[in-house]
Design a protein around this ligand. Structure first.
Ligand code: UDX
Length: 432
């Protein structure tokens, strides 16, 4: 199959490289000439484990190409994927579809012969209808089938998630699209991955429902963590105790400082707006959004309490700034709420993150260090904000020696309270 992938952001680039690796001929297209030039030189715009090698191998094999102009690739394509951003619109929280619709307008004039147009971007229910209407309006004779095919890729594990998914969801209204989509995902079909064909609106909603459910699950365990602290229970045992029930499941029950990232905050908010507009409010998700927002703010207070009630004039070392490990993404990271709140209360912050380069711009008030131990030096308190593997086995004797104080605040529960006993720390974690 010939694929034109429009947008070389996170989703487009990973999906394009993986489709090429499946054996398809893929052209990844982006208006940003600098980005395309760098990709041609093998320089990735994002940090994602394994992506550089996957891209290099498929470029070498001639299956993966890059272009700034969509015309040739779209005309030749069996399937054109729209994988551009759908950020939260300022002011109302609705998904901003201007990039998606601009692509629909552009490809309307370029498609040649029967072409499947696929939305990979996360788009609200009804967007497929709108894309179809835009294309038909500009070029009534265009022979297209507009399909919804949401992605469920986790940053840091995206290649594996693409190649070994729990399921693939495909929303179609035109039966001709079924064969094209089945062929595209053929290697997965052979691996017995369920490929679920639904109506287009249903598929669009599945994506939001999945993310909202996961966000709710995390928020549930976070509230249980607070309750555990209040009544003297252990949230990790609660999570295990409920998670072993197959109806609940053990994943996404890890308590922490609140979810962040490029999907959950944006998608939960967009679902709330869509549901309100449809006159069918999703109150559980409205509450999830509120509880998660409040939690990030509450984490700064938790740190202040753990440091004796004031951080005025104190130095705080922070380990981890990205919203989760194995990514350089800082979108909606808890660090962006917590650290400014600490600084506003008079603290000085020294932080280390293996990939959090963007902190230079996003948190200009902090000092970035070269390694984890440098962040501990002279600190009155040390906060673990992101569970990068390299923080899981720190030389705690060295940490203690370097620090000025003894408060260790582990917001990801990567250490066990028992391990810390007798080492001179005042250890605080989440829900234990
Ligand atoms: C998520 C979805 O998992 C993915 O299917 C979707 O396509 C995009 O959004 P991602 O944002 O990359 O992926 O990361 P994920 O691993 O899901 O974590 C999201 C947030 O939840 C992070 O802030 C993480 O720290 C937090 N989280 C996750 C928890 O606090 N506890 C958990 O148990 C799991």
């Amino acid at each position: 199959m010939r694929v034109a992938m429009i947008g070389t952001g996170y989703v487009g680039l990973v999906s394009g490289a993986c489709f090429a690796d499946f054996g398809h001929e893929v052209v990844c297209i982006d208006k940003d000439a600098g980005k395309i030039g760098r990709l041609e030189d093998g320089i990735m715009p994002i940090y994602e484990p394994g992506l550089d090698l996957l891209v290099a191998n498929n470029v070498k094999a001639g299956r993966l190409k890059f272009a700034t102009d969509a015309a040739a690739a779209v005309a030749a394509a069996d399937a054109v994927f729209i994988a551009v951003g759908t950020p939260s619109r300022r002011g109302d929280g609705h998904a901003d579809l201007s990039y998606v619709y601009a692509v629909a307008e552009e490809i309307a004039t370029l498609v040649d012969g029967f072409t499947v147009v696929v939305t990979k971007s996360t788009v609200p229910v009804g967007t497929g209808d709108e894309i179809e209407a835009i294309i038909k309006k500009i070029r009534p004779a265009a022979d297209v089938a507009v399909v919804s095919n949401p992605e469920f890729l986790r940053e840091g594990a995206a290649i594996n998630d693409f190649k070994r998914p729990d399921r693939v969801v495909v929303g179609i209204e035109d039966e001709r699209a079924r064969a094209v989509m089945s062929e595209l995902y053929r290697p997965l079909n052979l691996n017995e991955t369920p490929i679920l064909f639904t109506g287009r609106r249903t598929s669009e909603l599945i994506k939001y429902a999945a993310n909202a459910f996961l966000a709710m699950k995390i928020t549930f365990i976070n509230e249980m963590a607070d309750l555990c602290e209040a009544v003297g229970a252990d949230v990790q045992q609660v999570a295990r105790g409920i998670g072993l029930d197959g109806r609940i499941g053990s994943k996404f029950l890890h308590a922490g400082p609140g979810y962040g990232g490029s999907c959950f905050p944006k998608d939960t908010l967009a679902l709330v707006r869509t549901a309100a507009d449809a006159g069918s409010p999703v109150r559980l998700i409205e509450t999830t959004v509120q509880v998660n927002d409040a939690r990030k703010k509450a984490m700064a207070d938790k740190i202040v309490r753990a440091m004796g009630g004031s951080v005025e004039g104190k130095t705080i070392g922070v380990l981890g700034l990205t919203f989760k490990p194995n990514t350089d993404d800082m979108r909606d990271a808890p660090s962006l709420e917590i650290i400014p709140a600490l600084i506003a209360q008079g603290a000085k912050v020294r932080a280390f993150d293996p990939e959090g380069h963007e902190a230079r711009h996003l948190l200009p008030q902090i000092e970035l260090t070269e390694g984890p131990y440098e962040a501990c030096a002279g600190a009155d308190g040390l906060v673990i904000l992101t569970e990068w593997d390299q923080f899981r086995a720190l030389d705690l004797g060295r940490v203690k020696e370097l620090m000025n104080g003894s408060a260790l605040i582990d917001l990801r529960n990567i250490y066990r309270p028992a391990e810390l006993q007798g080492r001179g720390f005042r250890y605080t974690s989440v829900g234990r």
